[in-house]
Design a protein around this ligand. Structure first.
Ligand code: ABN
Ligand code: CU
Length: 605
């Protein structure tokens, strides 16, 4: 056993933080408290808080039966231990690997889930075994059985690799791609002041920690001179990847990549230097309209700002993008790529529906990727209320006075007034969205509350059954949405220390959302949203997966007086003579403008 430790800053008490943000000159600066977890050489686990200003210990306790997040040092150690283990060497021999080839044996150390034989007092990892005949071969192509009960010989199929030499062997790189240059000759259009960024009316703080990776705070939008608060804090707070093969030992495969390994820790590079990349991209059309009568047209191009991190969870990669749009939309997007987790299979072996043969001898098991997004909303102030909006047919029947022709439909809004009512699911048929509203601020035209709506359409249910280990441990994934009343320190929905929890005790979100009767009407609400994919692997995912994106939108609704981006200079405005009476007064816009003549009419007549 080695000793290890991890530390980050404790999230400042929100009351102190908001007081300081409102009046940084007069209000005291919130204390900087280090939040530390340490494992001593004796295996004892300690949880502590240290005030960095006063250099004093605020609290320090020994934990019993809890296992903190796995560190990189521990991950690396496992492979060395496993390679030298006589039982592993023997097992490898049975699979056809000679003892002198043990340096070609690799293992991905995974958390164990929960094994009732050992409980949570002993710190455990499981080793998923692979072989690399050649150091440049993709190891996931040569999975080796990790349980003595189910030995299968190593695959003899030729290596299929995605590195340049491998691609050369398969015919080489395509030659029809021409260079595309994307340049910003005048520099970027965002401004960083310390960790605060300003871009196109947006202003927010970019933080980073070992567990969540990117954390965005104090997100505001300058609406014609008024800085309007939107979100206090946005981050991904957990994810779970349950695998769907019930045959031993695969039931153990369900990683909580944030709570058990840390999206910050696993970010490339692992030294967490330059872990975040910030850049702008052209985003196609922002808005456009052609008047069919005279072909006059305005096309305005959109720009987006992307705050990105990529983390590698052994075989898988996750690119997490926080995309900010000029129209007030925030788009969290996760791009899944990397390599499938694989297992050995015999020629002709029945996968029993739990997986797919993606290459000879390679069985990739069905699994899910479920992410939990935490939204601490602040729409025009801290007191917000959540509603669902569903497209609904008019209740009145066809032929009735109110709905004679039967075509009536409307946006059915349902207030989620209590924690119990807020435990909700997605409904694609009604295009359900969740609206974070400030009911104290009504729009002057629509009369509806100022709001941001969460649009999320990839929300599979948790596949492991109620009562199963994953269902118990990943309580946050039982519903698409939970809403709780803000409390300091309620951050980790699967619990503070996730590895080897049995799920027998409600931890994290299950604990915080236990009181179904608690009111969440017009208060500081936190919305927890689980979304993701069910992944049934296919040969196209092998040996490396083309990116699969999952996208969410947080869109302003009844928030702005009207379209907030009409002041973005158009790319095409035609005929300009009508619309740019004083072009010299608008030199920048003119430079970007294609001065077009109206097209010849295409329509007859
Ligand atoms: N996907 C599970 C995992 C993550 C990091 C390191 C090893 C395994
Ligand atoms: Cu997958």
């Amino acid at each position: 056993m080695t000793s290890s430790s991890m530390s980050s800053l404790q999230e400042p008490r929100k009351a102190d933080m908001t007081a300081w943000l409102a009046n940084p000159e007069k209000a005291p600066r919130p204390s900087r408290i280090a939040d530390a977890v340490a494992i001593g050489p004796d295996g004892k686990v300690y949880d502590g808080l240290i005030n960095l200003q006063t250099r004093s210990i605020v609290s320090w306790e020994v934990l019993d039966g809890l296992q903190p997040i796995i560190t990189i040092e521990e991950l690396q150690l496992v492979e060395h231990i496993v390679r030298k283990d006589p039982k592993v060497i023997e097992q490898c021999k049975i699979s056809g690997i000679a003892e002198e080839d043990m340096d070609k044996v690799y293992c991905d150390p995974w958390t164990i889930g929960y094994d009732e034989r050992y409980g949570s007092k002993v710190r455990l990892q499981q080793a998923l075994m692979y072989y690399r005949p050649n150091v440049d071969d993709c190891q996931y192509q040569y999975p080796s059985t990790s349980a003595p009960s189910s030995t299968r010989p190593l695959s003899k199929a030729p290596a299929v690799n995605y590195h340049p030499e491998g691609v050369e062997k398969q015919g080489g790189f395509r030659k029809d791609l021409k260079t595309i240059n994307i340049t910003q000759p005048e520099g970027v259009s965002f401004k960083m002041t310390g960790r605060q960024i300003e871009w196109q009316n947006w202003k927010f703080h970019i933080g980073f920690n070992y567990r969540e990776g990117i954390v965005l705070n104090n997100i505001t939008f300058n609406d014609k001179g008024t800085e309007r608060p939107i979100f206090y804090r946005l981050s991904l707070v957990e994810m779970v990847v349950p695998y769907g093969n019930p045959e031993r030992p695969h039931q153990r495969k369900h990683a909580f990549d944030l709570g058990e390994y840390g999206a910050g820790y696993m970010t490339n590079s692992l030294t967490i230097k330059n872990a975040i990349c910030i850049h702008e991209e052209d985003s196609g059309i922002l808005f456009k309209h052609t008047d069919f009568r005279d072909d006059s047209v305005i096309v305005t191009r959109a720009r987006k700002l992307i705050i990105q991190q990529i983390f590698t969870a052994a075989n898988y990669e996750y690119a997490v993008q926080w995309i900010f749009h000029q129209d007030g939309t925030i788009q969290p997007e996760i791009k899944l790529t990397g390599i499938l987790n694989t297992y050995a299979m015999l020629p002709g072996e029945d996968t029993n529906g739990w997986g797919t043969q993606v290459y000879p001898g390679v069985n990739a098991h069905n699994h899910q990727h479920l992410f939990c997004l935490r939204i601490d909303s602040n729409i025009d102030g801290a007191n917000n209320t959540v509603f669902t909006t569903d497209a609904a047919q008019a209740e009145a029947p066809v032929g009735s006075a109110e709905n004679f022709y039967g075509n009536g439909f409307y946006a059915k809004r349902t207030k989620l007034a209590t924690v119990g009512q807020a435990k909700t699911e997605y409904d694609g048929a009604t295009m359900r969205s969740w609206d974070l509203c400030n009911t104290n601020k009504l729009h002057p035209y629509s009369g509806k509350p100022s709001s941001y709506k969460l649009v999320s359409r990839e929300i599979p249910g948790l596949m492991p059954k109620p009562g199963s280990l994953v269902w118990k441990r990943a309580g946050f994934a039982r519903h698409a949405v939970y809403v709780t009343k803000y409390q300091d320190d309620q951050l980790w929905p699967a619990g503070r220390h996730v590895p080897q929890t049995s799920g027998d005790q409600d931890l994290g979100l299950l604990e915080w959302a236990a009181n179904n009767d608690e009111s969440i009407d017009n208060t500081n609400v936190v919305l927890w949203h689980t979304f993701g994919v069910v992944h049934f692997p296919a040969p196209e995912d092998f040996p490396v997966m083309p990116v699969e994106p999952i996208t969410l939108l947080l869109r302003p609704r009844n928030f702005f007086t009207n379209n907030p981006v009409m002041d973005v200079p158009p790319a095409i405005a035609s005929p300009p003579a009508r619309w740019l009476p004083t072009p010299r007064a608008w030199p920048r816009a003119r430079r970007q403008l294609h001065l077009c003549r109206p097209r010849e009419r295409l329509l007859p007549g």
